[in-house]
Design a binder for this molecule. Structure first.
Ligand SMILES: Cc1cc2nc3c(=O)[nH]c(=O)nc-3n(C[C@H](O)[C@H](O)[C@H](O)COP(=O)(O)OP(=O)(O)OC[C@H]3O[C@@H](n4cnc5c(N)ncnc54)[C@H](O)[C@@H]3O)c2cc1C
Ligand SMILES: NC(=O)c1ccc[n+]([C@@H]2O[C@H](COP(=O)([O-])OP(=O)(O)OC[C@H]3O[C@@H](n4cnc5c(N)ncnc54)[C@H](O)[C@@H]3O)[C@@H](O)[C@H]2O)c1
Length: 474
């Protein structure tokens, strides 16, 4: 029998975005209904960030064993027990799971429904036997793998991020279509865990990142034995289980590569299907749900957060959206979504991180800018760790304003933090030269790259002249 629930807020999707809104609203005393059709925790916990980072961590340990000789410790080819690696991946998920669990959210006072939700009116959602009538709704249904129409895909087995972590057998040769973050992270993890890996990318790998830094990432991946084919448009796949061939075209002609397993990592599509958004007057396009600067949809009672909102697809962006929504819906503060200030990190080794404008974007936007660079080979700690290949590159605009920063190197995901602070707060590069960085840390790179911005002026003929002049007062 249908049961009607009245609530202040109804949230569809218990992933990174939905859970954060629910936790905030419930703790502020609002009556919250949270609806999830799959696993609590969504993509990040079950099929995304967590399993991928756990697998990369296992690969990193294996690589450390191979490369230990440079520290005077005998390097060995590690014996990889793939099933045990998967156990480590599942243990990691299990350790984090309680944070995202139904029990935790019920403990916070939410009503949690475990059914697919769909709109049945402008202020009404149906999920299983329940009808939810709420003052406001948040759609946080995430995204799914986008699989292009490649001939033959219906006749060979293939994997996506939803299946690759749950496949019990180690691939002997993993073919990956797509050289975005998923493709390259999975390539390095599997290569380091002992598989042969070939990435077939239609354009250039990691196209959203600065090509100068991507070149360093590419060199690392290939030096470890990842085969990267760029400019390879996949037209067809053929074969059978354990023996799959990808046929691709480059400027030079037609080619084929054969492997044991195929991962399709060619981007994402927003989860809007089955929500009956038309019934709620919520518009969407191929990018996702149409939202305004406050993340409000075309129905003023309904908001969207996370991957489905059509912007940057990261867990921290979904979490940030949740904060914007709590301000807009609960505190009635007109908060704007400024996700362009969000950094991103690709967790290959060395890590590749970025925030703000790339040099190419600054050029396209007609900004007047200067580039400052600093290499990890100039950093003493990097030498002690044998991690000298890397670079920080900062785009500095008029008046010294920080417009963007990219870093490739060990811990780049952490090193990008201060630059994200600068971008979010409109700081100038001077803020970084004023800072005193502890020695010897990789963090000194932050100060040194800022210093590099001033070097041409500091040691110019004009400054030398001023110093000479001042010395007359000695
Ligand atoms: C392999 C991989 C690695 C990644 N690594 C990182 C990383 O390292 N760092 C990072 O920041 N981001 C990473 N991401 C991206 C990150 O996972 C997503 O940006 C994030 O999960 C988006 O959160 P969300 O709340 O929008 O969606 P999700 O977390 O996907 O949650 C949406 C939820 O809605 C549910 N749902 C959908 N439709 C309905 C319905 N009709 N009714 C009820 N429930 C519904 C789904 O079942 C799902 O649980 C990665 C993604 C992938 C695929
Ligand atoms: N570390 C992280 O934060 C992280 C990790 C993984 C995923 N993610 C998120 O998930 C999103 C999706 O990742 P993704 O790697 O699937 O997508 P993506 O869109 O970033 O990259 C897909 C790549 O596949 C290529 N491609 C598409 N069709 C092709 C074809 N037919 N033949 C050859 N190449 C083809 C594209 O040129 C592109 O470079 C990311 O953009 C990111 O938002 C984040």
């Amino acid at each position: 029998m249908t049961q009607t629930i009245k609530a202040d807020l109804c949230i569809i999707g218990a992933g990174s975005g939905g859970l954060s809104v629910a936790a905030g609203a419930a703790q502020l005393g609002r009556k919250v209904v949270l609806i999830e059709k799959g696993k609590m925790g969504g993509d990040c916990l079950n099929y995304g960030c967590v399993p991928s980072k756990a697998m990369l961590a296992a690969g990193k340990r294996a690589q450390h064993m191979r490369e230990a000789a440079r520290f005077g410790i005998a390097g060995v080819e590690p014996a990889i027990d793939y099933k045990a690696v998967l156990d480590h991946v599942y243990r990691t998920i299990a350790e984090i799971e309680p944070n995202d669990s139904q029990e935790r959210f019920e403990g916070l006072g939410c009503t949690v429904l475990r059914d697919p939700a769909r709109f049945t009116g402008e202020r009404e959602v149906t999920a299983g036997e329940h009808v939810v009538k709420a003052k406001h709704f948040v759609i946080a249904t995430g995204s799914s793998p986008f699989v292009p129409p490649i001939e033959g895909l219906d006749s060979v087995p293939w994997l996506t991020n939803e299946t690759i972590f749950y496949m019990p057998d180690q691939p002997a040769h993993l073919l990956i279509i797509g050289g975005g973050p998923i493709g390259v992270e999975m390539a390095q993890a599997h290569r380091r865990l002992g598989a042969e890996v070939t990435v077939i990318e239609g354009g250039k790998i990691l196209p959203k990142d600065d090509p100068e830094l991507v070149a360093i990432a590419r060199a690392h991946l290939t030096s470890e034995g990842v085969r990267i084919i760029e400019g390879g448009k996949v037209a067809r796949v053929s074969g059978s289980e354990g023996d799959i061939t990808v046929h691709y075209r480059t400027d030079e002609g037609e080619h084929a590569v054969t492997g044991s397993h195929l991962l399709v990592a060619t981007g994402r599509r927003a989860n809007v299907e089955g929500l009956d958004l038309e019934k709620a007057g919520v518009e969407y396009d191929e990018r996702g749900i149409k939202v305004n600067a406050r993340l409000r949809t075309t129905n003023k009672r309904i908001y969207a957060a996370g991957d489905v909102a059509g912007g940057r697809q990261f867990t921290h962006v979904a979490g940030y959206h949740a904060g914007v929504l709590v301000q807009n819906i609960l505190f009635k503060v007109p908060a704007k979504n400024k996700e362009e200030n969000a950094p991103w990190v690709t967790y290959i080794d060395p890590e590749l991180a970025h925030v703000g404008l790339t040099e190419a974007q600054a050029k396209d936007q007609g900004e007047k800018y200067t580039i400052a660079r600093w290499k990890f080979e100039e950093n003493d700690r990097a030498h002690a760790e044998h991690e000298t290949s890397g670079m920080a590159k900062v785009v500095v605009g008029k008046g010294g304003k920080v417009l963007g920063a990219s870093i490739i190197g060990p811990g780049a995901g952490d090193l990008i933090g201060p630059w994200a602070l600068a971008i979010a707060n409109g700081l100038k590069i001077k803020a970084f030269t004023n800072m005193i960085a502890p020695y010897p840390t990789m963090g000194e790179i932050t100060k040194r790259v800022a210093g590099a911005y001033y070097t041409p002026t500091l040691f110019s003929d004009r400054t030398r002249f001023v110093v000479r002049l001042l010395s007359t007062f000695d």
